[in-house]
Design a protein around this ligand. Structure first.
Ligand code: MG
Length: 399
């Protein structure tokens, strides 16, 4: 069975705090633990955006490349037209030039001594899918057999090498982070057959000389985990001990010409969302980022409340206080709750009964705000409403 990476990274939540009407049906407000210093969302927060839909692709077979997921950016699809997305890896001060690699049988093939190729497009953190095949006609040994390389951002090499029956130094093995870390296993198919490589790449992030995140590579070879969140120690390389340091924000993907006619097919990537250390706004955040995000969520909830009226509006405004205890909104909710409780108090028992569910919703909100230290637990309107619930016997479980 050949695994495919389409399933690896599904479920990345949108970063935008847009609160669609659909969000209303994804759970109850005032339910799980409230946002805190490092978590802008409450537990089971119904306002948290739904993951974006991605149509999965299909798995590849030895004879047939699979299809990419719907949001993938295609870098090579087997056509000569897609080779136009690549160019020769000329030096920075030299003019750009077309790639000399060729397209044959749905694959782009390295023409030995023609040089590395690189994508015209530049990108950073990504989920990358590459399929490669070493020549069926086995020639050479160790690093001389079916050698090429997948260079993330043109810097870090995930080794391409025919190691099916060919030992070499371990940190230069197929699917090694070359010069840094050997793969956890040799999961290669025989030469001539395609290898399915799935990579999750996170570049190093620095603030001046301070490491915020060393960067990581996770790699699957034919569905087998071969790099497990391996920390980067700089770009790696031949003979020399790599030195860690910052990377640029983006770079091209490069494929190596190591003198062997290695073939590639079905190359695509999906950009990854920013980590919290570089401004990402979901997950475990810094205190500052959490405050900013909570403000943004509160503003969206208030904007949503502005479209409502009456009790529904009060409840929605109360909800916004969970994220940000905004002074004006706080006062609005207090005023509204005070008049609401007073009004319920004046109703006859039969009229109250008709409002039983609504009253209980309001109490739930006020209790939650009490638990979250937004309102005192002794908040008058809450006490009034709780007394009414008791007086009406709504707190009794029906037998
Ligand atoms: Mg190589």
């Amino acid at each position: 069975m050949k695994l495919h990476s389409a399933c690896l990274l599904l479920g990345l939540a949108s970063l935008l705090p847009s609160l669609s009407p659909a969000a209303q049906s994804t759970g109850s407000p005032f339910y799980g633990d409230a946002p805190d210093r490092h978590h802008p969302w409450s537990i089971h927060d119904h306002n948290r955006p739904q993951p974006k839909r991605v149509e999965p692709g299909t798995f590849s077979s030895a004879t047939q490349p699979g299809t990419p997921p719907s949001d993938a950016i295609i870098l090579f699809d087997g056509t000569a037209a897609s080779l136009e997305k690549w160019e020769a890896d000329t030096k920075a001060d030299a003019p750009r030039a077309p790639s000399k690699w060729i397209v044959k049988d749905g694959a782009m093939e390295c023409v030995p001594k023609s040089g590395y190729v690189r994508t015209k497009e530049q990108f950073g953190d990504c989920q990358l899918h590459v399929e490669w095949a070493a020549p069926k006609n086995v020639q050479g040994n160790s690093q001389g057999r079916g050698n090429s390389g997948i260079f993330l951002m043109g810097l870090v090499e995930v080794q391409v090498l025919d190691n099916y029956n060919n030992p070499t130094y371990a940190d230069g093995f197929a699917a090694s982070v070359y010069g840094i870390n050997p793969p956890l296993a040799n999961a290669l198919h025989a030469p001539g057959e395609y290898q399915m490589i799935d990579i999750i790449f996170r570049r190093p992030v620095y603030e001046g000389t301070k490491v915020l995140d060393p960067g990581y590579l996770t790699v699957f070879c034919n569905g087998v985990l071969v790099q497990d969140h391996t920390p980067l120690e700089g770009p790696g390389g031949h003979q020399k001990r790599s030195v860690a340091g910052p990377f640029p924000a983006q770079g091209p993907l490069k494929l190596q010409d190591h003198g062997n006619p290695v073939r590639f097919r079905n190359i695509w990537y999906r950009p990854l969302p920013a980590r919290s250390v570089e401004g990402g706004t979901d997950g475990f955040l810094t205190a500052e980022a959490t405050t900013l995000k909570r403000k943004a969520i509160a503003a969206s909830v208030r904007a949503d409340a502005a479209k409502l009226s009456g009790t529904a509006q009060m409840l929605r405004l109360a909800e916004s206080l969970v994220y940000e205890d905004d002074v004006a909104t706080h006062a609005q909710v207090e005023t509204f709750a005070t008049s609401y409780a007073a009004n319920i108090q004046t109703l006859a028992s039969s009229a109250r009964s008709a409002k039983k569910n609504e009253v209980q919703s309001v109490i739930r909100a006020l209790q939650y705000l009490g638990k979250s230290a937004v309102l005192p637990t002794t908040f008058g309107p809450r006490t009034t409403l709780e007394s009414i619930v008791k007086a009406e016997g709504w707190d009794k479980v029906k037998k």
